[in-house]
Design a protein. Structure first.
Length: 156
Protein backbone atom coordinates (compact mmCIF):
# COMPACT_ATOMS: atom_id res chain seq x y z
CA UNK A 1 0.00 0.00 0.00
CA UNK A 2 1.38 3.42 -0.89
CA UNK A 3 1.78 6.15 1.66
CA UNK A 4 1.54 9.88 1.21
CA UNK A 5 4.84 11.62 0.66
CA UNK A 6 5.31 14.52 3.09
CA UNK A 7 5.28 17.90 1.40
CA UNK A 8 3.55 16.65 -1.76
CA UNK A 9 -0.05 17.51 -2.45
CA UNK A 10 -2.44 15.26 -4.28
CA UNK A 11 -3.16 16.75 -7.70
CA UNK A 12 -6.01 15.91 -10.01
CA UNK A 13 -3.89 17.02 -12.96
CA UNK A 14 -1.57 14.08 -12.39
CA UNK A 15 -4.44 11.62 -12.22
CA UNK A 16 -5.98 13.18 -15.32
CA UNK A 17 -2.68 12.88 -17.20
CA UNK A 18 -2.29 9.23 -16.16
CA UNK A 19 -5.85 8.41 -17.21
CA UNK A 20 -5.29 10.14 -20.56
CA UNK A 21 -2.14 8.06 -21.08
CA UNK A 22 -4.12 4.91 -20.26
CA UNK A 23 -6.77 5.96 -22.79
CA UNK A 24 -4.11 6.53 -25.45
CA UNK A 25 -2.58 3.11 -24.76
CA UNK A 26 -6.02 1.53 -24.92
CA UNK A 27 -6.63 3.23 -28.25
CA UNK A 28 -3.38 1.84 -29.63
CA UNK A 29 -4.31 -1.64 -28.41
CA UNK A 30 -7.74 -1.29 -30.00
CA UNK A 31 -6.19 -0.31 -33.34
CA UNK A 32 -3.74 -3.23 -33.15
CA UNK A 33 -6.57 -5.64 -32.36
CA UNK A 34 -8.60 -4.29 -35.28
CA UNK A 35 -5.63 -4.66 -37.62
CA UNK A 36 -5.02 -8.23 -36.48
CA UNK A 37 -8.72 -9.02 -36.92
CA UNK A 38 -8.71 -7.61 -40.45
CA UNK A 39 -5.63 -9.69 -41.32
CA UNK A 40 -7.27 -12.84 -39.92
CA UNK A 41 -10.43 -12.18 -41.92
CA UNK A 42 -8.40 -11.60 -45.08
CA UNK A 43 -6.57 -14.90 -44.56
CA UNK A 44 -9.87 -16.71 -43.98
CA UNK A 45 -11.38 -15.16 -47.12
CA UNK A 46 -8.30 -16.10 -49.15
CA UNK A 47 -8.57 -19.73 -48.05
CA UNK A 48 -12.31 -19.74 -48.79
CA UNK A 49 -11.59 -18.39 -52.28
CA UNK A 50 -8.98 -21.10 -52.89
CA UNK A 51 -11.45 -23.71 -51.71
CA UNK A 52 -14.08 -22.46 -54.14
CA UNK A 53 -11.53 -22.49 -56.96
CA UNK A 54 -10.80 -26.21 -56.41
CA UNK A 55 -13.58 -27.61 -58.50
CA UNK A 56 -13.63 -30.93 -60.27
CA UNK A 57 -14.64 -30.50 -63.91
CA UNK A 58 -15.68 -33.04 -66.55
CA UNK A 59 -12.20 -32.97 -68.08
CA UNK A 60 -10.43 -33.80 -64.81
CA UNK A 61 -8.58 -37.09 -64.80
CA UNK A 62 -9.05 -39.50 -61.89
CA UNK A 63 -5.54 -38.69 -60.57
CA UNK A 64 -6.22 -34.93 -60.76
CA UNK A 65 -9.59 -35.48 -59.06
CA UNK A 66 -7.91 -37.31 -56.16
CA UNK A 67 -5.31 -34.51 -55.85
CA UNK A 68 -8.07 -31.88 -55.90
CA UNK A 69 -10.06 -33.76 -53.26
CA UNK A 70 -7.00 -33.99 -51.03
CA UNK A 71 -6.33 -30.30 -51.56
CA UNK A 72 -9.96 -29.46 -50.76
CA UNK A 73 -9.75 -31.47 -47.52
CA UNK A 74 -6.56 -29.61 -46.54
CA UNK A 75 -8.15 -26.24 -47.40
CA UNK A 76 -11.25 -27.12 -45.34
CA UNK A 77 -9.02 -27.81 -42.34
CA UNK A 78 -7.16 -24.54 -42.92
CA UNK A 79 -10.49 -22.73 -43.28
CA UNK A 80 -11.68 -24.16 -39.95
CA UNK A 81 -8.46 -23.04 -38.26
CA UNK A 82 -8.74 -19.61 -39.89
CA UNK A 83 -12.35 -19.29 -38.70
CA UNK A 84 -11.24 -20.11 -35.14
CA UNK A 85 -8.46 -17.54 -35.49
CA UNK A 86 -11.01 -14.92 -36.59
CA UNK A 87 -13.22 -15.78 -33.60
CA UNK A 88 -10.24 -15.39 -31.25
CA UNK A 89 -9.37 -12.02 -32.81
CA UNK A 90 -12.98 -10.89 -32.49
CA UNK A 91 -12.86 -11.72 -28.77
CA UNK A 92 -9.52 -9.91 -28.39
CA UNK A 93 -10.87 -6.87 -30.23
CA UNK A 94 -13.94 -6.82 -27.98
CA UNK A 95 -11.73 -7.00 -24.88
CA UNK A 96 -9.62 -4.12 -26.23
CA UNK A 97 -12.78 -2.13 -26.95
CA UNK A 98 -14.09 -2.73 -23.43
CA UNK A 99 -10.73 -1.69 -21.94
CA UNK A 100 -10.75 1.48 -24.05
CA UNK A 101 -14.33 2.30 -23.00
CA UNK A 102 -13.39 1.77 -19.34
CA UNK A 103 -10.36 4.05 -19.72
CA UNK A 104 -12.49 6.71 -21.45
CA UNK A 105 -15.10 6.55 -18.68
CA UNK A 106 -12.43 6.84 -15.99
CA UNK A 107 -10.84 9.82 -17.75
CA UNK A 108 -14.19 11.56 -18.12
CA UNK A 109 -14.90 11.03 -14.43
CA UNK A 110 -11.57 12.60 -13.44
CA UNK A 111 -12.09 15.46 -15.91
CA UNK A 112 -15.51 16.16 -14.42
CA UNK A 113 -14.10 16.02 -10.89
CA UNK A 114 -11.25 18.31 -11.88
CA UNK A 115 -13.65 20.79 -13.49
CA UNK A 116 -15.82 20.83 -10.35
CA UNK A 117 -12.66 21.45 -8.32
CA UNK A 118 -11.67 24.36 -10.59
CA UNK A 119 -15.16 25.85 -10.27
CA UNK A 120 -15.00 25.55 -6.47
CA UNK A 121 -11.57 27.19 -6.40
CA UNK A 122 -12.80 30.06 -8.59
CA UNK A 123 -15.89 30.45 -6.39
CA UNK A 124 -13.71 30.56 -3.25
CA UNK A 125 -11.39 33.11 -4.87
CA UNK A 126 -14.33 35.26 -5.88
CA UNK A 127 -15.71 35.02 -2.32
CA UNK A 128 -12.34 36.10 -0.86
CA UNK A 129 -12.05 38.98 -3.32
CA UNK A 130 -15.58 40.10 -2.48
CA UNK A 131 -14.78 39.96 1.25
CA UNK A 132 -11.67 42.10 0.67
CA UNK A 133 -13.67 44.56 -1.39
CA UNK A 134 -16.35 44.71 1.32
CA UNK A 135 -13.64 45.37 3.92
CA UNK A 136 -12.16 48.15 1.81
CA UNK A 137 -15.60 49.65 1.21
CA UNK A 138 -16.37 49.51 4.93
CA UNK A 139 -13.04 51.14 5.72
CA UNK A 140 -13.67 53.88 3.18
CA UNK A 141 -17.19 54.44 4.55
CA UNK A 142 -15.89 54.67 8.14
CA UNK A 143 -13.08 56.98 7.02
CA UNK A 144 -15.51 59.14 5.05
CA UNK A 145 -17.87 59.33 8.03
CA UNK A 146 -15.02 60.39 10.34
CA UNK A 147 -13.83 62.98 7.88
CA UNK A 148 -17.34 64.34 7.42
CA UNK A 149 -17.83 64.51 11.23
CA UNK A 150 -14.55 66.28 11.70
CA UNK A 151 -15.34 68.81 9.00
CA UNK A 152 -18.79 69.46 10.45
CA UNK A 153 -17.40 69.76 13.97
CA UNK A 154 -14.75 72.23 12.81
CA UNK A 155 -17.29 74.36 10.93
CA UNK A 156 -19.42 75.14 13.97
Amino acid sequence: MSRAVPGRRFRLTTVERLRAARLDAGGRELVAAGTALAAARDRRDLIAGRLLACAVTGRTTPEEALALLARRDRLREELGAAAQDVAAHIAAAEQARQAWLRARTELRAVEALHERHRIAVRRDQARLEQAELDELAAGVAVGAGATAGASQGGAR
